[in-house]
Design a protein around this ligand. Structure first.
Ligand SMILES: [Fe+2]
Ligand SMILES: [Fe+2]
Length: 354
């Protein structure tokens, strides 16, 4: 609303509000609303953020919305995103938000429920997390191309909650890329829950180990590995019996060659969903910042996993690379740069052999 050019609601300065979004507002507005005044040909404020809507005001707002004449300024976009992330169900039928914005909003919405659950892993917080994940699964299933926007939402911070939401986004994308068949619907929710719960046991380890600002010593690494056994007990306590969820949590550190832990399972004895979880977990761990090293370039991380052929299923590493480049011209360009790729491959081979 700064200059005359921005006074046309058709420009990118304004976002039209649909009933779908309006219905989530309640009677206290989370954003300021405006309308287009035909007489003066400009957008004018209607109600400020925080306004309590009386029945009369609500009717007024509904009428403007019905006429397609209800907008918010893009300056208010962050507030809208924050609000919608708490009402993710609205995104399932929303057509005004682009998929990149929707991916960000899902990231925030899932993150909030993950934080609540990881800080207090009880039935109630699990149920709320389950609801958000059910909406997330429905959202990606409606249009499988939606996952192509997930890569740009990934966070680099070494925080367990970011880590598991990253793992959810990467794992869902890899899995869909591999198994999606148009018209064939399947329940993605067990996988989504498995991806999010995979490091549940970490919540019970001392922060002197989980947050240690240096590389872990051998003894500490052994202690860290206990997070899988701890998680098994927690799953039992939470009465989670779904085999897919359990395999993600219990087998995400198993490797194809049998050199993983805790059981040393190998090959097909590791269910597909657990292999998806394992590779997503490894990838997200590698791209995250650590106190003793910066986060790895995602293409480098993917090549290291590709070169670790004995450990990771090659159909999954292929799927991971296609996820990284799907909507990211920079990553695609890097993959096509022969000289740089040669350098990266040399580093990857070294790291894969470690
Ligand atoms: Fe883990
Ligand atoms: Fe993990």
């Amino acid at each position: 609303m700064n200059d005359d050019a921005s006074q046309n609601p058709g420009t990118e300065e304004f976002l039209q509000i649909s009933f779908n979004i309006l219905n989530t507002f309640g009677n206290k507005l989370p954003v300021s609303l405006c309308i287009h005044d035909d007489e003066f040909e400009r957008v004018i404020p209607l109600f400020d953020r925080g306004t309590r809507l009386s029945d009369k005001k609500q009717e007024q707002v509904n009428n403007y919305c019905r006429d397609g004449n209800l907008f918010i300024s893009k300056e208010d976009y962050a507030s809208l995103a924050g609000h919608i992330s708490k009402n993710l169900g609205a995104l399932l039928t929303e057509h005004f938000l682009d998929e990149a914005a929707a991916a960000e909003i899902f990231y925030e919405g899932v993150l909030e429920k993950v934080r609540a659950f990881y800080s207090n892993p009880i039935g109630e917080t699990l149920d709320e997390l389950g609801i958000v994940l059910a909406i997330f699964c429905e959202y990606v299933w409606v249009d499988p191309n939606r996952w192509t926007h997930f890569f740009n939402t990934l966070k680099r911070e070494k925080d367990i909650c970011y880590h598991v939401v990253n793992t959810l986004f990467v794992g869902t994308a890899i899995y869909l890329k591999l198994i999606y068949k148009p018209g064939e619907k399947m329940d993605l929710k067990p996988l989504a829950l498995g991806l999010v719960l995979h490091d549940l046991g970490m919540t019970q380890l001392p922060t002197t180990i989980t947050d240690k600002p240096a590389k872990l010593l051998y003894k500490e690494r052994m202690r860290m590995q206990e997070h899988v056994d701890i998680a098994e007990k927690m799953l039992n306590r939470l009465e989670i019996r779904d085999e897919i969820i359990k395999s993600c949590v219990l087998d995400h550190h198993e490797r194809m060659d049998g050199h993983g832990y805790p059981k040393g399972r190998r090959g097909d004895a590791i269910p597909l969903e657990a292999r998806v979880c394992g590779i997503s977990d490894a990838f997200c761990g590698m791209i995250a910042e650590r106190s003793h090293r910066p986060g790895l370039n995602p293409i480098l991380a993917a090549i290291i996993l590709t070169e670790s052929k004995a450990k990771y299923d090659s159909s999954l590493t292929t799927s991971l690379i296609s996820f990284i480049i799907a909507n990211n011209p920079d990553m695609k360009a890097l993959l096509q740069d022969k000289a740089k790729m040669q350098q990266l491959r040399a580093i990857a081979l070294q790291k894969a052999a470690q």
